[in-house]
Design a protein around this ligand. Sequence first.
Ligand code: ZN
Length: 235
Amino acid sequence: MRQEGHLGLSLLLSAPFTLGIALLGYVEASFLFTAVVVWFASFPDVDIKLQKWTGKNGITGLKDLITIKHRGITHTVGFAIGCGTVLSSFGFLILHFILVLSLFDTLLYTIILFFGAFLGVLYHVAGDIVTVTGVNFMPSRRDKNYALDWFNFNNYYGNFGAVILGFTAILLAILTGVSGVIDIWAILLFISIYVVFVPLWIELSKRSNKKENGTTSEFAKYTNIRYLIRQLLKL
Ligand SMILES: [Zn+2]
């Protein structure tokens, strides 16, 4: 998925938790959770940069030690656990020693930080698995990519749909969570996002992708910057 698609999907998948945490009475914690998830939803693609540094033309010394592939190590459950552990450890130190919160609040926010980072990374991986290329998340099987192959990473409906659904879900979750008033229509709409609109979105994206794949060169052409410049020069 593209960056905005990852953002949308992470909001969509975290909204039920955001709502649940807020309804339990921890509104600030629900905001923190959402923010951390969003923050980590784009983090695994840091491997694109690391790939450059550790690849063939990378930094001497470093590239002999380690080689990082895109959609490899940073797209694994282990990396998700690592991110959660590092962030929550730092968080714990700050909450306990600098902000001097009560033991309950310190533990609550530490847990929130862990799961925010952990789920953020997993949601990113989920966003990559639905695309054609998929993810190589089994370190033992370096040759195999796991892909649902629903749509291409830059499929318009796939990405745009995730943004619309994600922002609608999080808006409903926040409004309901902050007010603490359970409006039956808001809850029904919230549920319908997941049981009606998400399946519709997936189906629509898959279908558009089939069409798109039939005319891959055409579609790629229209989004190609060189093609656009050539068309402009022709005018
Ligand atoms: Zn990725």
